[in-house]
Design a protein around this ligand. Structure first.
Ligand SMILES: *[C@@H]1O[C@H](CO)[C@@H](O)[C@H](O)[C@H]1NC(C)=O
Ligand SMILES: *[C@@H]1O[C@H](CO)[C@@H](O)[C@H](O)[C@H]1NC(C)=O
Ligand SMILES: *[C@@H]1O[C@H](CO)[C@@H](O)[C@H](O)[C@H]1NC(C)=O
Ligand SMILES: *[C@@H]1O[C@H](CO)[C@@H](O)[C@H](O)[C@H]1NC(C)=O
Ligand SMILES: [Zn+2]
Length: 267
């Protein structure tokens, strides 16, 4: 009888012959899905580009996480973006993207909320219309760049949009999905200078700030993978960087970014 009860609970791998009963709480592992799903509304061209962009996100984030736990919190890049903020937040924010349960997390291509018609929109989180869902608009497929093109086209970490590359754009979009970080990674500072100030003045929030995590991941990738050197960083006043001044290249493209209700983000 006792054994049957245990088996019925379905908590696998437990021996079923205890001398004395142990009070077991019934619990079950949720269905686990590691990968983001690409919705059936995406045609083959879009699906292939999204698959590539997601793999770019994975490459970017894996590199950033590895760099972080390898070099530690006293690393000059770490300190530039996160000050003396807790390294566990940063490792966790990257690991969450790699490993959190993406059951139901969806990228879709059907402009179901009708926002892609608005000028400048490249996608948006669906907010209350679907908290795990993100719409990617057509413009993303024509102007987001791939990791293979890192440090090309005059891109600089400090002077270009943190979402210039499709992979880091999707990183941003995933941070809007509550399932990824339980909503703990948010918008606390957006421009490059504001992010550096946040590291100095409010380091804990820098470790939880979407753009700080993007800028740092981009910086690590520029140095470690793309090997773009200082001209890819683009700021003489940034440690480890020099030469080319900030260019603020794509700020004109940074249309719309409302987060009061968390709904938008369409740059
Ligand atoms: C997929 O959709 C895009 C945008 O509407 C279009 O430009 C492209 O030709 C489509 N690709 C295929 C294979 O149908
Ligand atoms: C980082 O530097 C601080 C201050 O010098 C020191 O207390 C701490 O142990 C260092 N941490 C590591 C991981 O080396
Ligand atoms: C740090 O930033 C958070 C979020 O913007 C804010 O609530 C908090 O008051 C700030 N703390 C300090 C010391 O500035
Ligand atoms: C959610 O759907 C409503 C009704 O279609 C729409 O007005 C609203 O803009 C949508 N929200 C987002 C974030 O797209
Ligand atoms: Zn955003």
């Amino acid at each position: 009888m006792f054994s049957k009860t245990l088996l019925a609970i379905g908590v696998a791998l437990l021996p079923v012959t205890f001398a004395t009963p142990i009070a077991l709480e019934e619990r079950a592992l949720a269905n686990y899905v590691e990968e983001v799903t690409i919705h059936s509304s995406c045609n083959t061209t879009q699906r292939r580009q999204l698959t590539k962009a997601l793999s770019d996100t994975w490459e970017l984030v894996s590199m950033a996480k590895e760099y972080t736990y390898t070099n530690g919190a006293n690393d000059s890049l770490y300190e530039l973006y996160f000050g003396d903020g807790p390294i566990t937040n940063v490792i966790g924010a990257f690991d969450a993207v790699l490993k959190s349960n993406k059951d139901g997390v969806l990228l879709r291509c059907d402009d179901i909320d009708g926002n892609c018609r608005l000028p400048g929109w490249r996608g948006h989180w669906r907010g209350e219309n679907g908290t795990a869902e993100t719409v990617i608009c057509d413009a993303s497929y024509t102007d987001r760049k791939s990791n293979d093109q890192f440090c090309a086209f005059g891109y600089t970490v400090a002077g270009s949009s943190p979402s210039y590359y499709f992979g880091t754009d999707l990183l941003h979009r995933l941070y809007h999905v509550p399932q990824i970080t339980d909503g703990k990674v948010e918008h606390y500072a957006d421009s490059y200078d504001e992010c550096l100030d946040l590291a100095k003045n409010n380091a804990t929030f820098a470790t939880l700030n979407t753009h700080s995590l993007q800028y740092y991941a981009n910086h690590v990738f520029a140095i470690e993978v793309a090997q773009g050197g200082e001209s890819c960083i683009g700021r003489a006043d940034v440690a480890g960087a020099a030469s080319a001044p900030a260019t603020a290249t794509s700020s004109a493209a940074l249309a719309c970014h409302t987060h009061a209700d968390g709904a938008l983000h369409c740059e």
